[in-house]
Design a protein around this ligand. Structure first.
Ligand code: AHR
Length: 334
């Protein structure tokens, strides 16, 4: 009997202690919330980042840059790989909103369909930074800034180089185009920029254009189809190095010499692409830099501080011929 009473006293004491801790814990959480949107004000920055996927060498370099820069800046990074699916990105962003991160950053897999989730972030008081790719939302107040390349310019630079190379061509120059992922900003914009530039010479004609989804496997498979369907292909314009590298296999298997029988132009300038250019298998690359991490972390700090940031920050880039690739390769970081 005495033993049972002692036990019941212990249980009651434990219950009182638990409720004290619970109330204390809730109060502590309540204190750390900011009134407006509910992000934590503990001096530390937590960033929720939704990455497109791991589809290319460029993407891998971009992910490394973001993770390393977060560590260097002392920013806690919550990272999600969306496997090239918009629904996964929307889910990740909603999770970050629930977790009350300080800043959300993401590289949108496609341009359209973001308004609802961006509005949810805005209503929760969480600033959003777009990096690498932008969205087509009319309401620019849904995000703080867009840090990334000018993809139209990249396509234009690729096209202008070709116009110069083929200025003495007396007959039609047949071009095939490997597009990036359907609906993605770099696919839409590079196609546009390239078409605008080659319009300067009516001999230059895109005879086939299809998506290779920014992957090597996609580039190889679509190039095989192009080669079967078109007996005369003079030029390949691939929206990234990886698709160009995949296409190399298809071209070689078809008994043609890449870089000679077919002129190859790509975008990115990752190491493998630069090696193919130095080896004469590619002919020209317009650069797209994936090293966005340090600038992104700097922006996150400013945005968290409530500082004004420019609405658009364009990445500085260049182009490479084979000779320039040979020179640049030894110091290429990615
Ligand atoms: O958005 C940048 C593009 O996405 C890169 O050119 C490509 O390689 C990547 O997959």
């Amino acid at each position: 009997m005495g033993k049972m009473r002692t036990q019941s006293v212990r249980w009651r004491a434990a219950a009182v202690l638990a409720s004290v801790l619970l109330v204390g814990g809730v109060a502590a959480c309540g204190n750390s919330d900011t009134g407006g949107g509910g992000t934590k004000d503990d001096g530390k920055i937590t960033m929720g980042f939704s990455q497109v996927g791991a589809e290319s060498g460029w993407r891998t370099a971009n992910t490394i840059s973001i993770k390393e820069a977060a560590t260097a800046a002392g920013i806690e990074l919550k990272f999600d790989d969306a496997q090239q699916k918009q629904e996964n990105q929307i889910k990740a962003i909603r999770n970050y909103i629930q977790q009350k991160v300080d800043v959300i950053a993401f590289s949108p897999v496609v341009e359209s369909g973001w308004d609802t989730v961006l509005k949810e972030a805005k209503d929760a008081g969480i600033p959003v930074i777009l990096t690498d790719r932008s969205v087509d939302s009319a309401d620019k107040s849904l995000y703080k800034t867009f840090l990334g390349s000018d993809f139209v310019k990249e396509g234009k630079l690729a096209g202008e180089w070709l116009v110069e190379q083929k200025k003495t061509a007396s007959g039609p120059v047949n071009i095939v185009e490997l597009q990036g992922s359907t609906g993605a900003a770099p696919a839409n914009d590079r196609k546009k920029g390239f078409a605008e530039a080659i319009a300067a010479n009516p001999n230059l004609k895109v005879i086939a254009s299809q998506t290779g989804d920014f992957t090597r496997a996609g580039g190889k498979q679509v190039m095989e189809q192009f080669l079967k369907a078109n007996p005369k292909i003079d030029v390949l314009f691939a929206h990234n190095d990886d698709m160009g590298l995949g296409a190399l296999e298809a071209i070689t298997a078809a008994g043609k010499v890449p870089g000679k029988d077919i002129t190859i132009i790509t975008i990115d300038a990752v190491k493998d692409g630069m090696q193919a250019l130095a080896d004469g298998k590619f002919n020209f690359i317009a650069e797209c830099s994936p090293l966005l991490g340090p600038q992104l972390m700097d922006l996150a700090k400013k945005v968290k501080d409530g500082q004004e940031v420019p609405a658009r920050i364009e990445t500085q880039e260049t182009t490479f011929t084979s000779e320039q690739a040979k020179e640049a390769l030894p110091n290429r970081k990615y």
